[in-house]
Design a protein around this ligand. Structure first.
Ligand code: ZN
Ligand code: FE
Length: 240
């Protein structure tokens, strides 16, 4: 298995380090910043060899330049946004393979939050960027509800035990919104309580399983594109 650790940075971002002990390779996924990422790697004696970017937003690529300068890491990012990814050395899209040592990820195209957004699906670990969040999904900045519906369907076709490593701790707000959609969903009520307990102790709610999303995420559970679009619009103006 990959050793995966989360580094909380900025207001609510998670940068992920994925380390393969056999090869000594370490990838950093969506480095918003460089400093805390380099520190976390150094303190574990992990050498960062690659950067994987899911999309071009500054809170996902802001650390690229300094991490490349410090480590010589190679940058893999989305084909559709290659021009906006600092120091990109490999542009990838649907079906391409990305390796960390012997661990292989399949690249999934999931445009919606941005026009070229990709995700990295390792066995048991999905790096989803800003597409799927715990009980939520990304805002539709450059894409459509139809695209988000298709992206979430691709994710949900992965094994249910797959753990999702998303890029933000938006879980509590997402839970409050989800409860307005499905107040009687028992799994959701329980999960919201568990999330509140974790956050009151300052603990992360990420990663989480796809099985949990199937039971509680109002965007995954939307019965149609139209329903997803309505829920996304309602969440955009939700203040909870
Ligand atoms: Zn984003
Ligand atoms: Fe983001």
């Amino acid at each position: 298995m990959l050793d995966i650790i989360g580094i909380p940075v900025l207001t609510d971002n998670y940068v992920w380090l994925a380390h393969d002990a056999d090869s000594g390779e370490t990838a950093v996924i969506d480095p918003a910043v460089a400093g805390p990422v380099l520190e976390a790697a150094t303190s574990r004696n992990w050498k960062i060899t690659q950067i994987l970017n899911t999309h071009w937003h500054p809170d996902h690529v802001g650390g690229n330049a300094d991490i490349v300068a410090a480590t010589g890491a190679k940058v893999t990012g989305p084909k559709g946004e290659a021009a906006k990814i600092p120091h990109i050395s490999r542009a990838v899209g649907e079906g391409d393979e990305v390796r960390i040592g012997t661990h292989v990820a399949r690249v999934i195209d999931c445009p919606a939050h941005t026009a070229g957004h990709i995700a990295f699906a390792f066995e048991g670990a999905l790096f989803a960027g800003d597409t799927l969040f715990a009980m939520g999904c990304g805002r539709l900045f450059e894409g459509t509800a139809e695209q988000m519906h298709a992206a979430l369907a691709k994710f949900m076709a992965l094994p249910a035990r797959t753990l999702v490593y998303c890029a933000h701790e938006y879980t509590q707000s997402n839970a409050r919104f989800a409860l307005t959609v499905e107040p009687d969903n028992e799994a959701l009520v329980k999960r919201a309580e568990a999330v509140d307990r974790l956050r009151s102790r300052g603990e992360p709610t990420v990663p989480f399983s796809l099985a949990m999303e199937a039971a509680t995420n109002p965007f995954v559970r939307a019965g149609s594109v139209e329903e997803l679009a309505r829920r996304r619009a309602a969440k955009d103006s939700f203040r909870g």
